[in-house]
Design a protein around this ligand. Structure first.
Ligand code: NAD
Length: 289
């Protein structure tokens, strides 16, 4: 199965977010958002969704061609967007990218931390088979860079005194557990705790922090796994738009009293105790009832 065939989750499945449905364009009017890792997959869908809700969007990605493609799609649809190439693990590049976004838009007030993952960066192994460098890399790619982007953003927000909103893309792997990706689960669990902690630290400054924890999402990063049945009760993989819609809500004034929360968008996977009862189980003493 080729990557493009594998990734062909069914947009006409009847339950996926329909492509013609969009947010009200005034929802994020006069807001400017930075999407860290917005060049592809979930991040690209988030950038498009924020723009459709009226935000000016800065797409940061190490892959400039990807970021530019997303920006072209947004501007062709009438939105405002810029692409900035940066390595999010480099503090200087992060600070310069967020400074540039603020200068371009006259301020920034929404940050979405999307970059991360494990599939492309480390083999799935039990703990005894992990080496130190790979462990550190997964923590860097999923947790440490969020410290860098968030610190830069918060400094801007405190100076502007406007308040703002930060949404982190965590994972069901940080909420539950599964074998062979301990570093990833630990990093994402750390991210949800960081989200709560910062919500408390910066609540008085009206800066809200929330996270979205996806289950399995059909993106290019996991294209080789997007086949077979989903373990979610809703019986399909998430689309990137499923995740983006939750992010728009949390970033927007519709969620103005929501902070410190992690919203699981997993088709019910985390609610599912792994006991299957394929047919109704008869009552032991049915006739006596
Ligand atoms: N796909 C899933 O099933 C799934 C499930 C749960 C959580 N997530 C999380 O969602 C997020 C996005 O996943 P995705 O599948 O869309 O990933 P993806 O690899 O398709 O997209 C990530 C984007 O971020 C960019 N990026 C990565 N590291 C970067 C860095 N250091 N500096 C600059 N840019 C960088 C990449 O170039 C890419 O364009 C990740 O944090 C991942 O852990 C994904």
């Amino acid at each position: 199965m080729s990557g493009s065939e594998a990734i062909r989750y069914d947009r006409e499945c009847g339950t996926c977010p329909p492509s013609h449905m969009s947010w009200h364009p005034d929802l994020l009017a006069n807001q400017a958002a930075v999407v860290a890792g917005g060049g592809r997959g979930i991040g690209a869908a988030i950038a498009r969704a924020l723009a459709s809700a009226g935000a000016a969007v800065c797409v940061i990605d190490i892959a400039n061609d990807r970021a530019s493609e997303v920006v072209d799609a947004i501007t062709s649809a009438g939105g405002q967007a810029i692409a900035i190439q940066a390595e999010l693990r480099d503090p200087r590049q992060v600070e310069s990218a967020i400074d540039n976004a603020a200068a371009s838009f006259g301020g920034v007030n929404v940050l979405v931390n999307v970059a991360g993952g494990m599939h492309a960066y480390a083999p799935w192994r039990r703990l005894a088979d992990w080496d130190e460098d790979t462990w550190d890399e997964i923590l860097d790619r999923n947790l440490r860079y969020v410290f860098l982007t968030t610190r830069a953003m918060v400094r801007h927000l405190l100076a502007a005194g406007t308040g703002g909103s930060v949404v982190n893309i965590a994972s069901i792997s940080g909420e539950t557990s599964a074998p062979n990706h301990a570093a990833y689960g630990a990093a994402k669990a750390g991210l949800t705790n960081l989200t709560r902690t910062l919500a408390v630290e910066y609540g008085p400054d009206q800066i809200r922090f929330n996270a979205v924890a996806p289950g399995s999402v059909a993106t290019p990063a996991v294209a080789d796994r997007v086949h077979g049945n989903s373990a979610a009760p809703l019986q399909r993989w998430a689309t990137p738009e499923d995740i983006a819609n939750a992010v728009v809500f949390l970033a927007s004034p519709l969620a103005s009293y929501v902070t410190g929360q992690t919203l699981l968008v997993d088709g019910g996977a985390s609610a599912n105790f792994p006991l299957t009862t394929p047919t109704p189980i008869p009552l032991v003493n049915e006739e006596a009832l």
